[in-house]
Design a protein around this ligand. Structure first.
Ligand code: URA
Length: 302
């Protein structure tokens, strides 16, 4: 079986698409297959046809045989069809942010919140608690925005631009997030923005369970300091860890959930919306639900 680089890239894009929709089972058993579909080593091209140019038939040459593609066909089977010994170990039990740590009994006064957040940042320090510390991370991306806001956005993890600047959502997805915030009648500086993990996963892969779980303790503390009324979970990873359950995004949208005393709305990740602009209308419905909750009005068009 030979796979062109274009076909392999298309398959990888499909996998990312399903992951963004929260279709994890498909993603889980298909990812190794996608890796196996790395472009095969270049096959030497056959010589240009002498016959076509001269009318003289060249001596017969042996057929070009593509190198065998090493796909373990177990990886092309759905997980439930594998014998138990070959199945992945069961995923560790997820726990919601509410189940991990008791809710705070007190509220930090507005004037003390910047200092309280600084204490959390200092505690993180030059963190080496999880594998992301060794995956080429440059800057730890703590958060950005107003600690006294009613609205918090939580993404997945820093990308290349965020890793370089030490700020969340400053690349292309960040520009779209800024536009989404502006459409709600707010400025970026008026909300608080953070991520499930604070260090860039290599090649922007989805954070692993151990990475997200290790980092959660700090995000929980940040939420408890800011105590937003509403949290918008951007994409499947944020929703999964905040709510402690893996579920297709479509089933989580359209109503509020709860975490750390805040109402949680789930919507599509801006990076997904950049790939699938036709879904922006759906995301706008989610943001309008948040606006109604916070009594926000969209800016009047000039
Ligand atoms: N994607 C995220 O989830 N977070 C960022 O900070 C940037 C891109």
């Amino acid at each position: 079986m030979s796979v062109t680089p274009e076909a392999a890239a298309r398959l990888r894009a499909y996998l990312a698409y399903f992951r963004d929709l929260g279709v994890h089972e498909f993603y889980r058993w298909s990812e190794p297959a996608a890796q196996a579909l790395e472009p095969a080593a270049a096959v030497e091209a056959p010589a240009p046809s002498i016959a076509a140019a001269t009318g003289v038939l060249p001596p017969a040459t042996p057929p070009v045989v593509a190198p065998p593609l090493e796909i373990d066909d177990r990886e092309l089977q759905p997980a439930h069809m594998l014998p138990p010994s070959l199945r992945e170990p069961p995923a560790p039990a997820l726990r919601s942010f509410d189940d991990l740590v008791p809710l705070p009994a007190t509220t930090i006064p507005a004037a003390d919140r910047p200092a309280a957040l600084k204490v959390i940042q200092d505690e993180i320090g030059d963190c080496t608690r999880c594998p992301l510390a060794y995956g080429g991370r440059r800057k730890i991306v703590f958060a950005d925005g107003d600690p006294n806001t009613e609205l918090m956005f939580i993404g997945e993890g820093p990308g290349a631009d965020e890793d370089a600047q030490g700020l969340p959502f400053v690349g292309k997805a960040g520009q779209l997030l800024n536009n989404m915030i502006n459409a709600m009648g707010l400025k970026r500086e008026q909300v608080y923005i953070a991520n499930i993990v604070k260090c860039r996963p290599p090649a922007n892969r989805t954070p692993e369970y151990v990475e997200a779980s290790t980092c959660s303790q700090f995000l929980i503390k940040q939420i408890d300091v800011v105590q937003p009324k509403v949290i918008v979970a951007l994409g499947s990873t944020a929703a999964t860890y905040l709510l402690g359950r893996k579920q297709a995004l479509a089933g989580l949208r359209g109503s509020f959930h709860s975490a750390r005393g805040a109402k949680v709305a789930v919507t599509y990740h801006p990076a997904f919306l950049l790939r699938e602009p036709r879904m922006k209308g759906e995301a706008w419905k989610d943001l309008q639900m948040v606006m109604r909750e916070l009594g926000l009005k969209p800016p009047v068009k000039q």
